[in-house]
Design a protein around this ligand. Structure first.
Ligand code: FAD
Length: 549
């Protein structure tokens, strides 16, 4: 049986060390081995031994003030051995500045001021969160779902992206490598290298499954449980998830419909640094996982791999038409469908998508390009975050920006982070012209202020703006020229509005249909504002329902 993951507590003050060990064991002993060490040297010895045996360390809880080797020095040495372990520093008040610097320096996850009594309030909530994040990202030696897909097949990429973003653990085998080849040969009828195959633990074999078939096979719910809901939310990005949390927690029968994966754009982000309450930042996948768990716990129902394809007014009810022809009936709707990526329209971009050309998929694909040169096209914060993330894996990251001045479009903190990285090169005033490669991307050409530039990049990650997906509202709900949905004062009483009152702040031209997040006309394109819209929309839904009664 595999050993339990370890939590390593380190403090040179032995009574304090015993107290940390005692508190950690009291809560985590069932799932983790709590190991104590009274010096940096002892701790390093223990980490080396665990690493040699292939046993994972989930968490370091390390005192900063130790003689010979400080907590930060210890973490800097131990992390290359256990790079995925979460890091907590125990500090005195006077060390707060050191701890804050360590957030950037060694990606410290948290610092805790001593003493941490009572642990229920000051220790366990922090450690619970960190361990939940660690478990979500940890890939143990694994016997679950297997995906057999060639590295460069676009469908293989699409399935990997779907599984990762829906937080379904899997192992991926490439039929071009020994393990993958063996598995392909063992399949009835063999395997076509261009066609991905999903093997489920119960023996089912799915050849090139569509997202919906895959969703059903892994137990995601794709059919509504009730005939009627108080509130249907379309889109499970931050706005939709927030609306689901507030709607369900305030007693509304709430259904959330998502076409792809929960988290929306935020779920594809490698690191969110500016969301309130997370001083060390958090990944989009972690934010999505936490929000989804919260919405479910509070009673919201989630429908996966289903797309809203139309909306109908059946006064006093609203009907959402789904892409499989089924219908959802409800009293009120929140449209939170966000925006999706604008496509790069240059030669070969289309055919190489998924084979070296990716839209916002930096987190799913970064590991593939460990020793390669890659390019990020775009100049906004999303492009900057992707470049920082990719710089940890790729040998060189080319950041290609159309404008001359990055400061006009990117936050100062990201520009500073990029400037400090030795392997990120900025190409300002540069525009992509063509991509090249037969089976997968091999190089790309760009127009620069001084002529043409050819880069030997194995991947390009594209972040060139977004557009709303609102065609399904056509003719029923008023939109602006670009397709963003008008609300409140912007809608006025035009577009067939037929009530005596004006539309409320987030209400569309169709009474009872509210709009939250990036899809709203003139919205602020931020996670916090999307979450705020989601919460506010539910408040307005309550008012609307009260008027109906
Ligand atoms: C790479 C990247 C990095 C970013 N970094 C930050 C950051 O650090 N800080 C920050 O504040 N903001 C950041 N943003 C912006 C932030 O992610 C968005 O503002 C936020 O996600 C908007 O949330 P939303 O819920 O309105 O829409 P979205 O996140 O776009 O979610 C919409 C959801 O609706 C689903 N959907 C669409 N149409 C349908 C349909 N017809 N039926 C069913 N489902 C549908 C989509 O699949 C999607 O899941 C970043 C964006 C990107 C792309």
């Amino acid at each position: 049986m595999a050993a339990k993951p370890a939590i390593l507590a380190v403090d040179d003050d032995v009574p304090v060390l015993r107290a940390v060990e005692r508190d950690l064991r009291a809560r985590y002993a069932n799932e983790y081995r709590v190991i104590g060490a009274a010096s940096g040297a002892d701790a390093l010895e223990a980490v080396r031994e665990l690493t040699r045996r292939g046993d994972p360390v989930a968490l370091f809880v390390v005192d900063q003030r130790m003689p010979v080797m400080t907590g930060i020095e210890l973490l800097r040495e131990a992390l290359p051995l256990q790079p995925d372990a979460k890091r907590v520093l125990l500090t005195a008040y006077a060390d707060t500045d050191v701890a804050i610097r360590a957030i950037n320096d060694i990606r410290l996850d948290q610092y805790l001021l001593k003493p941490w009594d009572p642990p229920d309030e000051r220790l366990y909530p922090v450690i619970d969160d960190l361990l939940a994040d660690w478990v979500a990202a940890f890939r143990p030696r694994f016997e679950g779902l297997r995906l057999l897909a060639g590295r460069w097949t676009p469908r293989g990429h699409a399935i990997r992206d779907f599984l990762t973003r829906n937080q379904v653990p899997y192992t991926w085998l490439d039929p071009g490598e020994a393990d993958g080849r063996r598995l392909a040969e063992s399949l009835d009828g063999g395997a076509d290298p261009a066609e991905p195959v999903v093997l489920l633990p119960d023996g089912q074999v799915l050849r090139d499954p569509q997202n919906r078939d895959l969703a059903e096979a892994v137990g995601l719910s794709t059919r509504a449980a009730l005939p009627f809901y108080d509130l249907v939310i379309v889109g499970a990005g931050p706005a939709g998830l927030a609306a689901a949390v507030y709607g369900a927690s305030e007693g509304l029968k709430t259904l959330l419909v998502e076409r792809e994966a929960p988290g929306g754009q935020a779920g594809t982000t490698s690191r969110i640094e500016n969301y309130l309450g997370f001083p060390s930042g958090l990944s989009g996948a972690d934010l999505a996982r936490r929000a989804l768990a919260q919405a479910r716990r509070l009673g919201a129902e989630i429908l996966s791999s289903r797309e809203a394809a139309g909306i109908r007014r059946d006064d006093p009810y609203r009907t959402i038409l789904l892409d499989d022809g089924s219908e959802l009936s409800c009293q009120a709707v929140v449209v939170a469908t966000g925006v999706s990526y604008r496509l790069l329209e240059i030669p070969r971009a289309d055919t190489l998508t998924g084979a070296g050309v990716y839209y916002g998929a930096a987190t799913t694909e970064a590991l593939l390009y460990r020793d390669a040169e890659v390019a990020v096209i775009g100049s906004g914060n999303s492009a900057g975050q992707a470049a920082v993330h990719l710089s940890r894996y790729a040998t060189r990251v080319h950041l290609v920006a159309r404008g001359d001045d990055l400061a006009a479009t990117m936050s100062a903190y990201l520009i500073d982070q990029l400037a400090a990285l030795g392997n990120v090169e900025l190409h300002a005033g540069t525009v992509a012209r063509a991509l090249h490669g037969a089976e997968h991307l091999e190089r790309a050409t760009f127009a620069t202020p001084s002529g043409e530039l050819e880069l030997p990049v194995a991947a390009v990650f594209i972040f060139i703006g977004q557009q709303p997906r609102t065609a399904w509202l056509e003719g029923v709900v008023a939109r602006d020229r670009l397709g963003f949905v008008l609300t409140g004062p912007e809608t006025g009483r035009r577009h067939g509005w037929n009530l005596d009152r004006d539309p409320t702040l987030l209400e569309s031209s169709l009474p009872g249909v509210f709009v939250a997040g990036d899809v709203r006309h003139r919205s602020i394109k931020r996670i916090a504002s999307a979450v705020g819209d989601g919460a506010m929309a539910v408040q307005l839904v309550h008012g609307y329902l009260a008027d109906l009664r």
